[in-house]
Design a protein around this ligand. Structure first.
Ligand SMILES: Cc1cc2nc3c(=O)[nH]c(=O)nc-3n(C[C@H](O)[C@H](O)[C@H](O)COP(=O)(O)OP(=O)(O)OC[C@H]3O[C@@H](n4cnc5c(N)ncnc54)[C@H](O)[C@@H]3O)c2cc1C
Length: 303
């Protein structure tokens, strides 16, 4: 619960119209499921973020940093705490020589397009990932042989004291769908990508090709969070799930995609519980049949 005193404090940091109470998280998750968050604050700039992040730490209020919600599953019960949304209102992108410098709320697709327009190569792989720059860096998002680790030069974050820190690539401890920020109370505000000069037409052709491959292989017509599970060493999650006989496996409104078994999708009116039940059952059956642990890539919130 957000008390009146907390609400008054929030209003001191951000305009009232940026504060949403009992905000349905189904509106902010690409799974299109999830109950209400006590409060969601849409941030507009670094200054607001600095003050708010410091405040929630001092006041001991549970909080969660939200990008585009393309890798989260929020419980039907919702979230008891404050959602700090670093999204559309913090999406400025600029180019300086071979560097693209983006606010954390910019979409990866937007940043890849700006790079392409400036004849800079390196971000083509990210053009079809539906997340923000912040979420992409935190998750070390990757596709088609590319990952954030290869192109990130410098990450600007706000720490729990509301101070700005700059982390060079080497300090990010990038790993498979991992960066140090997954274990630290840092909020990404800006990222500098160091790219190479390339041929604009070639860059565009690569992006078009990757988009076509996604459309062909992935169930983009259904709400989901992309690949539900991490790739287990030596295997492909989708292949194991298919071999386990779970293609099209359904519980309530959630199911294993028939097009790509690595995706659990919202096939219509799913609840978060339906999605979670499918995830758990897939994990159980794959473990039982192949002795492989499927670890979710999706971040769970409020369970
Ligand atoms: C159709 C589809 C296809 C996908 N394809 C891919 C793919 O090819 N490769 C891939 O890697 N992923 C893929 N994903 C998953 C997802 O898009 C990525 O993980 C993306 O990087 C998540 O970004 P986001 O902004 O949506 O983060 P969210 O889902 O909002 O958050 C994810 C995590 O990042 C944290 N976070 C977000 N922003 C910040 C910030 N500014 N500061 C600190 N922490 C933050 C959150 O707290 C959370 O822990 C796909 C998803 C979908 C729906």
């Amino acid at each position: 619960m957000i008390s009146q005193a907390m609400l008054e404090a929030l209003k001191g940091f951000v305009p009232t119209e940026n504060i949403y109470l009992q905000e349905p998280m189904s509106k902010h998750s690409t799974f299109r499921v999830g109950g209400p968050a006590d409060c969601l604050v849409a941030l507009e700039n670094e200054e607001q973020l600095r003050k708010l992040h410091h405040y929630v730490h001092l006041a001991g209020i549970p909080f969660f940093v939200l990008g585009n919600g393309s890798n989260i599953l929020v419980s039907d019960k919702g979230y008891k705490g404050i959602i700090l949304q670093v999204g559309d209102r913090m999406n400025q992108v600029r180019v300086e020589g071979n560097r693209v410098i983006a606010q954390a709320g910019a979409k990866l697709s937007q940043v890849a397009r700006v790079a392409m327009e400036h004849g800079l190569t390196g971000l083509e792989f990210a053009s079809g990932i539906p997340g923000t720059v912040g979420g992409g860096v935190v998750m070390n998002a990757g596709a088609y042989g590319g990952e954030m680790k290869q192109v990130v030069e410098l990450v600007k974050v706000v720490n729990r004291d509301g101070e700005i820190m700059e982390l060079y690539n080497s300090a990010m401890e990038f790993g498979y769908r991992y960066s140090i920020i997954r274990n630290q109370p840092f909020v990404v505000t800006q990222v500098s990508f160091l790219l190479q000069e390339g041929d604009k037409a070639q860059i565009k052709a690569t992006m078009d090709d990757l988009a076509a491959r996604r459309r062909e292989k992935q169930p983009l017509e259904y709400p989901s969070a992309g690949s539900t599970f991490k790739r287990p060493e030596g295997y492909f999650a989708g292949e194991l799930i298919m071999k386990a006989g779970l293609r099209g496996f359904r519980m309530g409104g959630a199911m294993v995609s028939e097009k790509h078994c690595g995706f659990v999708i919202n096939a219509g009116n799913a609840t978060a519980d339906d999605v979670m039940n499918v995830i758990r059952e897939v994990q159980r059956q794959v473990k039982e049949q192949f002795h492989v642990n499927l670890e979710p890539e999706v971040v769970f919130l409020g369970f």
